[in-house]
Design a protein around this ligand. Structure first.
Ligand code: ADP
Length: 497
């Protein structure tokens, strides 16, 4: 019988549930993934079935254990990472959801968010967020206002609210633990990131009964144990963090000033700002990174809407390449874009520009411009967009960033990583495993049970795949960046008409 111990990470994402089993050296022992249904009841509305989320998540966990021939006794702890902001309300007695989960992408509560605009300064000060339908608060208010009998039942203490980690933990413990980790709680827009409590003023503003809220807890703590029916015996559940914060942890950005970038469909940048929240003057969000050992770390967060999605556009719409990986080879056929800039503002421009009506543009096209130039300009645009966020973070913190830790699918593109090092004038550090999100959940859970002894123990067990260093002159960099700024300015000007 295998007596080794492992950590099980549950990665409950927007389109799939995954279960990944890690050993002490961050090696993947087994991984299983299942997609689930995306529900679009109306234009701009996005829902998931919470029961399907639960069922796929448990099925993947059980299969991952089976695949590796492990029993509950081999699992030292379970950690969860999850799609953030997505909102579930369920019956405290039966566990029956009263409505589908309203997904972070869902825009149905735009008018609720507009009504909060007069309170924006207070919301920002308390939650670090902007009044937007993206966060859980207005989604929860919508369910209470629109599901028959929901408000009355909630006020009577019959209903519970949770983000996805909260829902999964409640289910796994058979309803014993109703908790939400700080990194998820802070994305609800109901949580005060300074006092670490649900905020009465915000609850009153949105008319949310306090009795339905989970208990806020640290991201590495003993939340409970799984009911025996799930894995044949109890497994401690000891870690939870929202996906982006888990990735920050998984990248070992444990200290103030450390920053990671996840190059997925979009790109999420998080900078650890240490023990104090830093409020941005450039439209970045302030968020809790995690709660660990009685302390909370904060982060600045910025996101680029289109990252790997631009590579998909090259592949699926322009048919320039057959696979995302080929973007590297195609772009490498030329040494430079010869002055071509692509601004991939397909769905508007986010931080630091905030131009929702902007649309994409290509500049500097000549008779000699070919597919390789455009592919190269697309790759460069991903690096420029990231650089805009890095510059905003440097401005907000007054500190120069020296190293960027990278993960996500597009971080596998060597040319893109070199461009980022050149354009941002920093070292890019790519870990051997770009699975930082689930690793972060595993680390948080493992730390709580002593599977990992300390943060240093984790760092010592992590290996770096490659470091990319800047290779262009300051003059070249300035010239490239000046062209990008002009291209963005022109894109915005075009859309302002
Ligand atoms: P998500 O979690 O958002 O689905 P992933 O981290 O799985 O994203 O990354 C997938 C994205 O990365 C896709 O948009 C894809 O186009 C892009 N991608 C994958 N491999 C490469 C590559 N070698 N070069 C550039 N982009 C890539």
């Amino acid at each position: 019988m295998n007596t080794n111990k492992y950590v099980l990470a549950l990665d409950q994402g927007t389109t799939s549930s995954r279960a990944i089993i890690y050993d002490r050296n961050s090696n993947i022992i087994s991984v299983v993934q299942e997609e689930f249904t995306q529900i679009f009841p109306h234009e701009g509305w996005v829902e998931h079935d919470p029961i399907e989320i639960w069922a796929t998540q448990m099925a993947t966990a059980q299969k991952a254990m089976l695949q590796a021939n492990l029993t509950y006794q081999n699992i030292a702890a379970i950690g969860i990472t999850n799609q953030r902001e997505t909102t579930v309300v369920w019956d405290k007695e039966t566990g029956e959801p009263v409505y589908n989960a309203i997904v972070w992408q869902c825009r149905r509560t735009a008018n609720y968010a507009d009504a909060l605009k007069p309170h924006e300064a207070m919301i920002r000060e308390k939650t670090g967020l902007v009044a937007d339908p993206y966060f859980s608060a207005t989604k929860l208010a919508w369910i209470l206002d629109n599901v028959e009998g929901a408000r009355e039942r909630a006020e009577n203490g019959e209903l519970l609210f949770g983000t996805i980690e909260s829902w999964i933990i409640w289910k796994m413990t058979g309803g014993k633990a109703h908790v939400s980790d700080y990194s998820n709680a802070c994305r609800t827009m109901l949580f005060n990131i300074n006092t670490l409590e649900w905020d009465d003023e915000l609850l009153a503003l949105l008319d949310i009964p306090r009795c339905m809220l989970p208990t806020p807890v640290e991201s590495s703590a003993h939340y409970g144990e799984t009911i025996v029916e799930l894995f044949g015996g109890p497994i401690p559940i000891t870690g939870a963090a929202g996906d982006q914060q888990a990735a920050l942890f998984g990248e070992c950005c444990f200290n103030e000033g450390e920053v990671k970038s996840t190059y997925g469909t979009g790109n999420f940048l998080l900078l650890n700002t240490g023990d104090k929240p830093v409020y941005s003057n450039n439209g970045l969000l302030t968020t809790i990174a995690w709660g660990l050992n009685g302390k909370v770390k904060y982060a600045l967060e910025g996101s680029v809407f289109i990252c790997g999605a631009a590579i998909q556009w090259l592949r699926d719409e322009l048919n320039f390449i057959d696979s995302a990986a080929e973007s590297n080879e195609l772009a490498a056929q030329v040494d430079s874009t010869d002055g071509v800039y692509v601004v991939p503002a397909f769905t508007g421009l986010g931080a630091p520009y905030w131009q929702p009506n902007a649309r994409g543009a290509i500049f500097g096209v000549t008779r000699g411009t070919g597919r390789a130039h455009i592919a190269r300009a697309v790759l460069e645009s991903l690096a420029y967009q990231n650089e805009d966020l890095l510059a905003a973070m440097e401005a907000d913190t007054g500190r120069k960033i020296d190293v960027l830790k990278v993960d996500g699918g597009a971080a596998l593109n060597d040319l893109l990583m070199q461009m980022q090092a050149d354009i941002s004038d920093l070292a890019i550090s790519r870990a051997s495993s770009i699975e930082s999100t689930s690793l972060g959940a595993a680390y948080l859970a493992g730390l709580c049970v002593g599977y990992y002894e300390s943060l240093d123990d984790i760092i010592n067990n992590k290996s770096i795949d490659r470091i990319f260093r800047p290779s262009i002159t300051d003059d070249e960099r300035e010239q490239m960046l000046a062209g990008w700024k002009r291209a963005v300015k022109a894109t915005i000007a075009y859309c302002a008409e």
